[in-house]
Design a protein around this ligand. Structure first.
Ligand code: SAH
Ligand code: SF4
Length: 346
């Protein structure tokens, strides 16, 4: 085996230069993915945890240049799902579909005050599920309030650790502020999820190395890696976008360096290639987030094109994912599937 891969698989450390060398070397991609698959099996086993994803609002005050939900996109029908319907979707996911984690994701929609969100959180927590939020940047006090209401986990991708690139692609936002949010989420006691995009215009291989080292530094419990897919109604419409291969490499290296975290096979990977999620599950991933948002809303939650055009109902999405997991000889998790890293740290 490649000397660096051997080191990574045994010691779970690599320097920035070593990570960069592996990322630049296309001849070892297969070996890298196989090493990540073995480390995944050793640390988190063959179970794949499922998360019910509810995209409850596509209204966003931010203007991230890569995202179809950005404020300046006028070519999108905006929606907001009311509290009762959010609860009903969660209830269906828990009671009918048997899912043990609900993920609430949205744009940064200011309609959802702390009070409303805490009420939704409390209601969903009566269903005996783990609850993950992915609703963007808030204050420490707000994060603490969600935690007190019962939310368990939070996903906030740093997107990139290249600060200049971040400034360029996230106008009006601050990298330092986002990093502070991750710190605050940890302080508030959340199981912490972050991640990055792969393939933004100007994103360098060295910066993926920095991203991975950053994930380790912040003590992340979950990391989602998404290839960037250009959206026609954004300033980056003509960009080349990320490749599945590079996204898989960044993900596999993340598994090697953070062996006991949870890593989803992301929807963006599947959008890029029909077998993207299968490849991801065999290159270090151990989580899938089937979408349980009603089809009528789902087509408007277009972070990137192709994402929502599948038109599957929640039940169909679940069946598809279960079929995939069985076809590669893995099993579906029966418990809430907290990150082993989070449990080990406690
Ligand atoms: N508003 C919240 C959560 C919704 S966006 C937030 O920004 O944290 C969820 C994720 O979608 C973002 O973190 C980003 O990494 C991803 N995303 C947005 N646009 C994308 C695109 N064009 N291609 C791939 N992923 C994208
Ligand atoms: Fe809003 Fe999140 Fe999209 Fe940025 S990535 S525009 S914060 S939904």
């Amino acid at each position: 085996m490649n000397r660096l891969l051997q080191k990574a698989a045994a010691e779970h450390t690599l320097s920035r230069a070593e990570l960069t060398e592996l990322l630049a070397d296309d001849s070892c991609t297969e070996e890298l993915c196989a090493a990540a698959d073995a480390v995944r099996r050793k640390y988190v086993g063959d179970t794949v945890h499922l998360r019910a994803l509810i995209e409850f609002s596509n209204i966003c005050r931010n203007n991230c240049c890569y995202c179809g939900l950005r404020r300046d996109n006028k070519n999108i029908e905006r929606y907001r799902i009311d509290e009762d319907t959010i609860f009903k979707l969660a209830e269906h996911a828990a009671k009918v579909m048997g899912l043990k984690t609900v993920v609430l994701q949205s744009g940064e929609d200011m309609f959802f005050t702390t009070e409303i969100l805490c009420s939704v959180i409390r209601r969903i927590k009566t269903l005996d599920v783990a609850l993950t939020l992915s609703i963007g940047e808030k204050s420490l006090e707000e994060y603490q309030a969600y935690r007190q209401a019962g939310a368990d986990r939070f996903l906030l991708r740093i997107e990139t650790t290249d600060k200049e690139l971040y400034l360029r692609h996230d106008p009006g936002m601050s990298w330092e502020r986002r990093a502070q949010c991750l710190h605050d989420l940890k302080t508030a006691g959340f199981e912490l999820g972050s991640g990055c995009l792969v393939g933004l215009p100007g994103q360098k291989i060295e910066s993926y190395a920095d991203d991975i080292l950053f994930f380790k530094e912040i003590g992340a419990d979950m990391i989602g890696i998404g290839p960037f897919i250009p959206h026609p109604d954004t300033p980056l419409r003509n960009a080349a976008g990320g490749t599945l291969d590079m996204a898989l490499k960044v993900m596999a290296l993340t598994r090697l360096l953070l062996p006991d975290i949870n890593i989803p096979a992301t929807t963006a990977m599947e959008t890029l290639a029909p077998n993207g999620q299968r490849k991801a599950l065999q290159s270090g991933a151990n989580v899938i987030m089937p979408n349980v948002t009603l089809t009528a809303y789902r087509r408007h939650y277009e972070l990137y094109p192709g994402k929502s055009s599948t038109g599957y109902t929640p039940d169909e999405s679940l069946q598809k994912v279960k079929g995939l997991i069985a076809s590669i000889g893995r099993s579906v998790g029966r418990d809430k599937g907290a990150s082993a890293h989070f449990k080990n740290e406690k």
